[in-house]
Design a protein around this ligand. Structure first.
Ligand code: PHE
Length: 342
């Protein structure tokens, strides 16, 4: 063995040793930053491995080839070790980041306050549902009406005392007392009969207005729901049965209804209807009756062929009863602490 070959053997052994050291160091790195530092120490120009590269130039060609090969192999092995360590450390870092930046959406859902419909809207939708189930359609009309729809066609001419009882809020438009905020939902009866051939089965919920001052039992803007049926052979029994059916569907089967004779210009005969309270007393809910033949005629419907019944009542008052409120104004105060309970 020549001196040269001794030297080459020493070089390759030394290269292998340095490579093993570098690989072990790379595998032991705790972070990407540490890995970068280790790479500098083991592979950089000033590292022992880097030093060998510089030494290659001084070897004779044969030895340079052997030493160069050893060095290349060592470099590849060390390079592989560093890439493996780098991707492992990178994965770990990403996992840690995901863990710390994670949004717990279940927690947000738990914290978020979810709103719900106002209890009057809930009552209105439930009433609509009850009537839709009975085959009715939902009709609507404008909140600002003319005297024809709010009064005249409903058989309330301007000299009629009933006109004053509606405490109407007039709008300053056209002739005096010609345009008004509707004081009941009954004008939707007229609009429906003008536009639709019988048979007619509709309910018309909506806002209504009167000059009432707000107190525990009154609101100047309130909600009514109107019912209108026009068909052949309709009798008072159909009216009584319908009222009883929807009240039971709304309040429960234990609640009873009764009709008391009353007067409305647009129904004949007319009645007020009451519902039974748990204490045995009766509570007035609304008005009803057989559609006055004059009203049918006003809408171009032949009263000899068609008969009808109609009813109307306050949705707000219904909500007051259903939820046992002691002041109807709670419905419009919009205090969320109150509304949240329903
Ligand atoms: N429109 C009447 C009111 O507001 C109620 C009613 C409707 C009465 C339909 C009879 C028929 O008081």
């Amino acid at each position: 063995m020549t001196d040269q070959s001794v030297e080459i053997a020493e070089i390759t052994t030394e290269v292998d040793r340095l490579a093993a050291e570098a690989i072990a160091a790379a595998e032991g790195a705790a972070s990407l930053a540490e890995l970068k530092e280790i790479r500098g120490q083991h592979l950089g120009k000033k590292s022992p491995m880097g030093g060998f590269k510089a030494k290659l130039g001084s070897l004779d060609p044969e030895d340079r080839k052997v030493a160069g090969q050893a060095l290349n192999e060592a470099n590849r092995a060390v390079g592989d070790a560093f890439s493996t360590a780098e991707s492992a450390l990178g994965d770990a870092a990403r996992r840690r980041q995901l863990e710390t930046e994670r949004l717990d959406l279940t927690e947000i859902r738990r914290e978020a306050q979810r709103g719900h419909l106002h209890l009057v809207t809930q009552a209105r939708y439930r009433l609509e549902d009850v009537f839709i189930a009975m085959g009715y359609q939902v009709a609507e009309g404008p909140e600002v009406e003319t005297a024809w729809y709010n009064f005249e066609a409903l058989n309330i001419p301007d000299w009629h005392p009933a006109r004053g009882e509606f405490d109407t809020i007039f709008v300053n438009l056209g002739e005096p007392e010609e345009v008004m905020l509707r004081s009941h939902t009954s004008p939707v009866q007229i609009r429906t009969m003008e536009n639709q051939e019988p048979p007619i089965y509709i309910v018309a919920p909506g806002r209504t207005f009167r000059t009432d001052t707000a107190d525990a039992t009154h609101l100047p803007a309130f909600n009514q729901i109107e019912g209108l049926v026009v068909d052949r052979g309709i009798t008072m029994a159909d009216l009584a049965g319908t009222i009883d059916a929807f009240i039971k569907a709304f309040f429960g089967a234990e609640v009873n209804t009764r009709l008391r004779p009353s007067y409305f210009p647009f129904t004949e005969p007319s009645a007020e209807f009451d519902i039974s309270m748990p204490d045995g007393s009766w509570l007035e809910l609304g008005g009803c009756g057989m559609v006055n033949p004059q009203v049918l005629a006003n809408c171009g419907i032949d009263p000899e062929e068609w008969q009808g019944f109609a009813f109307g009542f306050g949705i707000d008052r219904l909500a007051v009863m259903r939820y046992g409120l002691d002041d109807i104004r709670e419905l419009v105060n919009n205090d969320v602490r109150f509304l949240r309970q329903f």
